[in-house]
Ligand binder design. Sequence first.
Ligand code: PLP
Length: 402
Amino acid sequence: MQLEDTIKLDQSYYMNTFGERLPVQFTHGNGAVLYDSNNKKYIDFIAGIGVNSLGYNHPSLVEAIQKQAEKLLHCSNLFYIESQAKLAKILSDANRGGRVFFCNSGAEANEAAIKLVRKYFHDQGAPHKYEILTAQNSFHGRTLAALAATGQEKYQKPFEPMPSGFKYIPYNNLEAAEEAVTENTAAVMIEVIQGEGGVIKGSTEYIQGLEALCREKGLLLIADEVQTGIGRTGKVFAYEHYDIEPDIITLAKGLGGGIPIGAVVAKGEAAEVLTPGSHGSTFGGNPLACTAGLVVMETILEEDFLDQVKLKGKFFESGLIGMRQRNSIIDEVRGIGLMLGIKLHEAIPGKEVVQKALNAGFIINYAGQNTLRFLPPLIITKEEIHQLLITLEGILMPYFWK
Ligand code: PLP
């Protein structure tokens, strides 16, 4: 079907929650390259918003999914599932311990984590401890509780009243976190690098300080690794850069390499809270999704894979830093590994830059605070990064002179 026909159908029947879409329909891809219905080639620097971690047409992922599809797509959690058990082990080992609950998305993983926190304190006879501190400018998902956890009023306003039990603290401000704790506080939920908020890194003192605060006050620490996890930053989980040990981590996006899957990994006493009947999901952790998750995890854990992510990330970052030194319209280069962003001067129309990059055959994205965000497939090559850097500087150049 031609793009124009898809647009007509979409405009008549699709519930438009995404505003104006970019006028492209992709038909297939290979490596970090996507092709549209006119066979135009694009190098992808957003990877389905951090999802296609192994890029497109990855041989092992495709083969495993094909084989699994021939055998068994789904069978329900009433039965044992080999790939689920194996994926739970690999995630637990990577996290240096813990049990895993599987679901289908980041919002669902955070919902499960929120329920886990509540039940943890109920089980301890302290139901008054229910409040979770989350950061201003955070993003934790669109279901009601995940939205209530999201410290951005603009997403919440039309759906008020929000479920109660969340308090928003300024990011990278430890003192404010300490002051926010009351006898009702149960947990802190944090993105160690805020993604949707504009690729903002938590400082080491802040993230380590939050962990210390949780230990001192008996609170649970939840790291939302939905965007930062599964190798994105050059470590399996971004919290590892901070040398902390969260009680709970939440995962989704890149874990399935394109097949929907979410997960919660909880450690210590927190691992024993979600008991039979207390939570569940029909699709969560089904054979197809877990097969995909296993291939992704096995691939990123291969020798050298994460070192390559780090090297490519450094190469990318230094290219962006060089661009910033030459051009005053870039205020800041942010992020780590292959989760990078550049904050443009507020006068630069970020959305226009994204469109121009698309015309030039590069898919980039625009996140909070006039920031261009780059989340390429982890298998992207240095050469492809180099091509983006050259093209992007050419696109930004005319704005330098204005
Ligand atoms: N948490 C973080 C940090 C995210 O970036 C996102 C999505 O962007 C979510 C949660 C929600 O994930 P999902 O869209 O899979 O529900």
